[in-house]
Structure formats: C-alpha cells, structure tokens
Design a protein around this ligand. Structure first.
Ligand SMILES: [Zn+2]
Ligand SMILES: [Zn+2]
Length: 256
C-alpha cells in the first residue's frame, strides 16, 4: 500500500510509515524520516524554548476546536462506539462511577441547591409549566417518579434511564392511558378522570416488586391505569408490603 506523508508530501510504500491503530489508514500521517526529524526538532525545541510545550498544546487545542478537528473527533468517537466492547466498557465505567460517587454527588447536589435557590425556583417553575403544557411529558414524569419511588422503597439499584428500561415511549403510554381520560374512575365509578385529577395506578401493586426486573414488569402498559386520587389512596394501605412499613411517612404517601 502507498501512502502520502502529510509533512513532506512524498508518496511512499507503507513500510516507510509507523503503524497507528487509531488512525483511519492504520498508519501515522508522517513518514518515518519526517517523524525522526520532527522528534529531534521537538526535543531541541523543548530544551531551548521555554514556551515550546505551551505552544504545542495551544496548536493542538486550536486544531481540536477547528471544524476539521471536530469532524475528526466525531469520526473517531463513532468508530470507537461502534465497537460493542467499547460501548459496554464505557457503560460499565459510567455506572460504576455513578454508584461509587453517590454520596459525593448527593452532597454536591445539596450544596448546589443551597447556594442557588433562584435557579432551583426557575427550574421548578419551568418543569411545572412543561407538565401543564405537555400532557405526554406529564404522564412520562408520573411514570419516572413511580419507577424511581418503587426502586427506592425496596432498596433496588436502578440503573439506566427509565424509558430505556421500559419497552414503550412516553408517546405510547400517553396514547394508551388516554382511554381513561374523560371517563368515570374504574374503581368508584364516580369521579371523572382528568389529567389534573388522576393517579397512576398499578393494577398489580408495584410494592410486590423485589428486583428491577419486577419493577419493569409491573410498569408494563397493561398493568397501568388512571384512577381517581381518592381511590388510589384508599387502595394503598391494603396492599402495603410489610417492608415498606419502615417508611411510614417518607414523603411517599401516594401508593402505587
Ligand atoms: Zn515525510
Ligand atoms: Zn375513584
């Protein structure tokens, strides 16, 4: 195979290039001669010019910020992530990091909250506006909270985004649960169900779950319905799992 050196522009056999796995061609862009020359210059430059290293770093940074550099990085990342092994490794690393640093993260979050009360208010207002304006988001939010709550009550480690774990999209669950809207509550046959006045009910209670798989299974569409808040609150204690008695008033009075 012939390659063109990007320094001296000579076209040479690939024997004249060092290998580089991460590059597109599998070889380094400079020929061996140019690399040797460059290495010598680099070493000399480092010795004689105090600003040399900084200048190299600046040039690197500039290249990375350029459209060509960005394009190259995107290509590299998509190649890297297309390998299942890499993807898996990244995921595991992220998960590990997330759980190992839980205490630290929580502490940082509390500190941030305390020092940014205004931002919290803005965030809460925006979220509430979004819930009001967007019924799909509103239901999705109910589901996210219910999954999170169920996991927390049972000490189950939840990893992954809720709607990646569940096998439906917010749009699909909204379409499915819409059948309950505008109709009387299935349990008391009285109250009319609306998005403003409904609770997400798990037909088989989610408190029977003992693993993340159980929570996911119990959060399948067919196990979900909308009933009136009164009925849901009445239903709650009847199914209370013995273990959840250790959380009598943990701020999760909404049974599911
Ligand atoms: Zn060359
Ligand atoms: Zn009811």
């Amino acid at each position: 195979m012939e390659l063109t050196c990007s320094k001296c522009k000579c076209t040479l056999d690939s024997d004249n290039f060092d290998r580089q796995k991460s590059s597109k061609s599998g070889f380094r862009p400079y020929c061996k001669d140019c690399r040797r020359k460059y290495a010598r210059e680099y070493a000399a430059g480092r010795k004689n010019d105090p600003d040399f290293v900084q200048r190299q770093l600046r040039a690197k940074k500039k290249y990375r910020a350029s459209s060509k550099g960005k394009q190259r990085e995107r290509e590299y990342l998509s190649e890297y992530r297309s390998i299942e092994k890499n993807k898996q490794r990244d995921k595991e690393y992220g998960r590990d990091y997330y759980h190992k640093n839980k205490a630290k993260r929580l502490e940082a979050a509390v500190e941030w909250r305390n020092s940014n009360p205004e931002a919290i208010k803005v965030h809460a207002r925006k979220a509430s506006e979004k819930r009001k304006a967007n019924p799909v988001y509103r239901l999705a939010d109910k589901i996210r909270r219910s999954v999170k709550r169920a996991c927390r009550q049972k000490g189950i480690l939840k990893h992954g985004m809720t709607f990646e774990l569940l096998e439906y999209t917010p749009q699909e669950i909204h379409g499915y649960l819409s059948q309950y809207l505008g109709k009387p509550c299935e349990v008391c046959k009285e109250c009319e169900i609306s998005l403003d006045s409904c609770h997400l009910d798990h037909i088989t209670p989610v408190c029977t779950a003992n693993s993340l798989q159980d929570v996911i299974k119990l959060s399948e569409m067919v196990n979900l319905r909308l009933i009136c808040p009164d009925c849901n609150l009445k239903k709650g204690p009847k199914y209370e799992h013995p273990r959840s008695q250790s959380f009598p008033h943990s701020g999760n009075q909404v049974p599911s």
